[in-house]
Design a protein around this ligand. Structure first.
Ligand code: CP
Length: 331
């Protein structure tokens, strides 16, 4: 495996194979499998889970890693094509990425959406450039529109919980004080569709996911025997749900317009997941969230601290599935 950029690049059999390897590495640790191998980790944006789990996973397999946080102890890196570099950035990724790649056996990169142009972010302009510059195996640790490591961990979490393939999976927009990227909701939607689930995207008006993303998910669901619908009606969406996946994201109608986004979300603070959301509609539904989560803003304490929350399991599974990805790439 030379690239782990999008779960959709893999067949269901290949995904099952990675999940089986994750289980095998958990049951029978291989502490020397990646001895002498080095993983480079470049974080243009903050992280807790991704940073710690990749370093821990590499160490558990006998390898080592280095972390670069551009602009924080290292040179700030310019990412714009043909930039006149008279600002803060001292170095361009055109040099920075190949140089870093030359020091390691695989590179992981986190580079969030620019958040200005939906088309540019949908095109993954920055990550495509990084991909072209990196001659070593490359891992997407969250790009503008994707987070395949999180999606694979979430697939594993549902398998562990014995959530059936045809279960009802509700991806629900939840409140956040400001717009967040579309990477996790897009990756989650496609993952659930590929898993063959009956997916409902629940979101207020103005927050529909991009049509191309919905279409891609519908095609994946059709192939896997599932379905994809969307609605702004919470009661009908939650009726019979097996999983509620909560996620915050920004407006797509006024993408990049901070003030329009703020106006749209001003009256939506009741989109905080509470126990009463489940009540009779979905009493046994699990609550998933990729973390970090703002307590009592996106999800209430009573839900996060109750038995339906599996958020810490999802986070643990990041380590398990990323070890499988690293093993496939480097062993
Ligand atoms: N879910 C996730 O990617 O967490 P971090 O942003 O902390 O890495």
């Amino acid at each position: 495996m030379k690239r782990f950029l999008d779960l959709a690049d893999f067949t269901r059999d290949q995904i099952q194979d990675l999940l089986a390897l994750a289980q095998s590495l958990q049951d029978k640790p291989q502490p020397r499998a990646l001895a002498g191998k080095i993983l480079g980790l470049v974080f243009f944006n903050p992280s807790l889970r991704t940073l710690a789990s990749f370093q821990a996973g590499m160490a558990r397999l006998g390898g080592s890693s280095f972390v670069i946080t551009p602009g924080q102890g290292t040179w700030a890196l310019e990412t714009r094509q043909n930039a006149i570099m008279n600002g803060a950035a001292a170095e361009h990724i055109r040099e920075g990425i190949p140089v870093l790649a030359s020091y390691c056996d695989a590179l992981g990169v986190r580079a969030f959406a620019d958040g200005k142009s939906l088309q540019a972010d949908m095109n993954e302009s920055l990550f495509r450039m990084i991909d072209a510059l990196c001659d070593k195996p490359l891992i997407n640790m969250e790009s503008a529109m994707n987070h395949p490591c999180q999606a694979l961990a979430d697939w594993r979490t549902m398998d562990e919980l014995k959530v059936p393939a045809r279960a009802k999976f509700v991806l629900s927009w939840v409140y956040h004080p400001r717009a967040l990227p579309l990477a996790v909701p897009s990756a989650t939607l496609k993952m659930a569709a590929m898993r063959g689930m009956d997916v409902t995207v629940l979101r207020p008006e103005g927050f529909a996911l991009p049509r191309e993303t919905m279409d891609e998910a519908r095609r994946a669901a059709a192939q896997a025997g599932g379905s994809v619908t969307e609605t702004a009606e919470r009661a009908s969406a939650l009726a019979g749900a097996d999983v509620l996946y909560a996620k915050e994201w920004g407006t797509t109608t006024y993408y990049g317009d901070f003030e329009a986004d703020s106006r749209l979300r001003a009256d939506l603070s009741d989109w905080c997941v509470r126990e009463r959301w489940f009540a009779d509609a979905a009493p046994n539904a699990k609550l998933m969230h990729c973390l970090p989560v703002r307590r009592n803003v996106a999800v209430a304490d009573e839900v996060l601290d109750g038995p339906r929350s599996v958020v810490k399991r999802e986070a643990f599974n990041r380590l398990a599935v990323q070890m499988a990805v690293l093993h496939r790439m480097l062993s």
